[in-house]
Write a protein that binds this ligand. Structure first.
Ligand code: ADP
Ligand code: MG
Length: 360
């Protein structure tokens, strides 16, 4: 199994008595766009700085592409920052006495060799073709940030680290910068972006919310994603019924997200655990899987017994129906059907709170 692109593991950072990060753990898959949210002082900037090799953790690890960033020496860090990551800060951090194109070329210099044509092309991409010879002081805030974006992109970094990239921008420039970030995401870059703006965070694949240096919430999945998660959890449940280990190769994902990325997300949410290429349900995952299986099999029973819909038709409908049955409806159906113990294929229907076999 390929490791996640970013693995944050028990990351802790103390500033004197202040715990900026407090045992933070999460993973990011290649190509994901993560929005990092949380109140001021919750550790967002500290996290970005450690991931970018600008700061070191007190304990725990930040592993990017299998490299523990804190273990790099000076030379390694310079290479890491030049090759792997592109920074976009709230303060644009442009060198004041260099022109726009020279600022971009500076990033090229640290990476390999300068190429003015390419640097000009990058500025053109961010809509600044006619500003290449301007000094930062001659540019508006939005334009300076676009130079910073061009600079972040020039070396085609795998990961873009953005700390409130639109924090100092007017609406128009915010839209331009966000559109650029969207393009980067579509092109396959991995993006970790700190933002306070819920509508911007909504664009990301996932939101990670910090409070006091800890993870309080991971959200933002579409209803479709949730259905795919359910589907995967069902498969793992069925493996359990059949007494076979749920090997990663065996679980299949529907839709665009591949099974491994889905499993990674389920694991982030504490629904599954992965070890030795086998996926296992956690108690929470088991509860959710049991509920989905129950709804699915009750639906099949209903379609078969009541509407004489049989075979794969019943299954197809059950796959859709299982996501729209509310707990009340589920209990009504179960009661109506006389609390059936098995689906039409003879597979067990887990007992619900309404079922006499559950002691009710
Ligand atoms: P955020 O970006 O979420 O606003 P930060 O990561 O900047 O939060 O800060 C987290 C906590 O660590 C805050 O309490 C902040 O005051 C403290 N902190 C951050 N950097 C330093 C520093 N260099 N020295 C001392 N305390 C710091
Ligand atoms: Mg900050």
């Amino acid at each position: 199994m390929m490791a996640s692109l970013v693995q944050v593991d028990g990351l802790t950072k103390l500033f004197g008595g202040v715990r900026a990060l407090d045992g933070l753990s999460f993973t990011v898959e290649a190509g994901e766009w993560i929005a990092i949210m949380g109140p001021s002082g919750s550790g967002k900037t500290t996290l970005i700085n450690i991931l970018g090799g600008l700061d070191t953790p007190t304990s725990g690890r930040a592993v990017v592409e299998n490299v523990d960033v804190a273990r790099l020496d000076e030379g390694g860090l310079t290479r890491y920052r030049a090759d792997k990551v592109g920074f976009i800060f709230q303060q644009f951090h442009l060198v004041p006495y260099l022109t726009a194109v020279e600022n971009v070329m500076l990033a090229q210099y640290f990476h390999s060799t300068t190429d003015e044509g390419e640097a000009r092309e990058a500025l053109k991409r961010v809509g600044l073709a006619d500003r290449v010879e301007h000094l930062p002081s001659q540019l508006s805030g939005g334009e300076q940030q676009r130079v910073a974006v061009a600079r972040a992109l020039i070396n085609h970094p795998k990961i873009i680290l953005a700390d409130e990239p639109t924090g100092n921008l007017d609406e128009e420039n915010e839209r331009i910068v966000i559109d650029l970030i969207r393009e980067l995401h579509t092109a396959g870059h991995t993006i970790l972006m700190v933002t306070h703006d819920a509508s911007i965070a909504q664009l990301a694949d996932r939101r990670i919310e910090l409070a006091h240096g800890r993870l309080v919430q991971v959200t933002t999945f579409t209803a479709e994603d949730e259905e795919r998660f359910d589907h995967l959890l069902e498969q793992i449940w069925i493996c359990g019924e059949e007494g076979v280990p749920a090997q990663l190769e065996r679980v299949r994902s529907r839709g665009v997200m591949d099974a491994m990325r889905m499993v990674g997300r389920l694991s982030d949410r504490g629904l599954v655990e992965v070890g030795d290429g086998v996926v296992a349900l956690t108690p929470r995952g088991e509860n959710r899987a049991r509920d989905v299986i129950r709804r699915h099999r009750l639906a099949e029973r209903l379609f078969t017994d009541t509407f004489a819909i049989v075979g794969s038709e019943a299954d197809t409908h059950a796959c859709k129906f299982e996501h729209i049955i509310s707990p009340e409806l589920e209990q009504k159906i179960c009661t109506f059907l006389g609390h059936p113990g098995t689906c039409p294929h003879g597979n067990p229907i887990p007992a619900g709170t309404c079922c006499p076999r559950n002691g009710n």
